[in-house]
Design a protein around this ligand. Structure first.
Ligand code: AKB
Length: 316
């Protein structure tokens, strides 16, 4: 391929698996991983890695020039729960990093950008069920405000300067290789670890907190697919709704109990419950399906089986 790929935030939950997938597709030397800290051994050893702060524009430009990068995946961000505790830091990280990349793309130095948005762009005034692609968006979290603002800027840079930026509104992403950091949907990962270790879990969300969720492999497939789609198929230049399944802690616990009969769940909702309440329960992603052929593979049953096996092996 012409030009290399840079992943910023490569050591995070999605960044790790995305980097490995892109290295499979494009070859290890073509995919540069970068993060503010080192990450999983598999990632560090399979190809080039740079320590890089996503807010350091000068260093980003240097890495892009040194490796002749033409495509950037900007995965670094502060997630919903952590951002509530450090609002200004979250705003600076989430926005500065995006502006650096959009401006470098505007100058024509890089040709394509992936930037993840989130279901957090929606708020309490958004229709909760089957949330449409285009609807009321009044996010009440720092993270959601930064993602919604980012979406507006992506669309602006595309319309005004022709920047080829593509984006997905990720739901809660469930995986076992790298732990997530500071999200509201993280309970749906913790629960598997606790189920296998202790046969019990205390959920920080209420039993009926329904949220859109997706298994990691589907999230990676969507990310690769949207980036590989011909530009004319990408009709939405803010960010696409994306869905696979929706469930509550109670429903997930019931599914786990099919494998671990004595599993018990109890509930101690904390500040993350009000974040969950402000988000949609389910998402209408028909535009992603229509425009670039999005299809998910994992339902709740397959996700649960895969997570129990994967987490189980990691605990050995
Ligand atoms: C979070 O919970 O903050 C993230 C998200 C839905 O973007 N997983």
């Amino acid at each position: 391929m012409a030009g290399r790929i840079l992943i910023i935030g490569a050591c995070g939950q999605i960044g790790t698996e995305l980097t490995l997938k892109l290295r499979d597709i494009h070859g290890n030397d073509h995919v540069i991983a970068s993060d503010i800290r080192e990450g999983a051994e598999e990632l560090m050893q399979s190809g080039p890695f740079e320590i890089l702060n996503a807010t350091d524009e000068v260093h980003i430009r240097k890495v892009i020039a040194d490796y002749e990068v033409k495509e950037v995946y900007l995965m670094a961000a502060m997630l919903s729960a952590t951002a509530e505790k450090a609002p200004m830091k979250a705003w600076d990280l989430n926005m500065d990093s995006l502006f650096h990349i959009l401006n470098i793309a505007k100058e024509g130095i890089i040709k394509k950008v992936f930037w993840p948005s989130s279901i957090a762009v929606f708020g309490p005034t958004t229709p909760k069920d089957d949330t449409p692609q285009t609807t009321v968006m009044e996010p009440t979290t720092v993270y959601g405000i930064s993602k919604q603002t980012g979406e507006r800027w992506c669309e602006y840079y595309h319309r005004k300067f022709g920047v080829d930026v593509r984006s997905i509104r990720y739901p809660g992403i469930i995986s076992y290789k790298t732990l997530p950091g500071g999200g509201t949907t993280d309970y749906a990962i913790e629960i598997f670890h606790e189920a296998l270790k202790n046969s019990s879990y205390i959920s920080f969300l209420a039993e009926d907190a329904a949220l859109p969720m997706m298994y990691m492999d589907d999230a990676i497939k969507a990310t690769v697919d949207i980036m590989q789609a011909p530009a004319e198929k990408i009709k939405v230049r803010s960010s696409y709704n994306l869905a696979a399944m929706s469930f509550t802690p109670e429903v997930l616990a019931g599914e786990i109990r099919k494998h671990i009969e004595n599993f018990e769940i109890s509930y101690a909702p904390d500040f993350r419950q009000s974040i969950a309440e402000s988000w949609p329960s389910s998402i209408d992603d028909s535009e992603a399906r229509k425009d670039w052929g999005w299809e998910h593979d994992f339902d709740l049953e397959k996700l649960t089986r895969t997570m129990l096996k994967g987490v189980g092996e990691s605990l050995k």
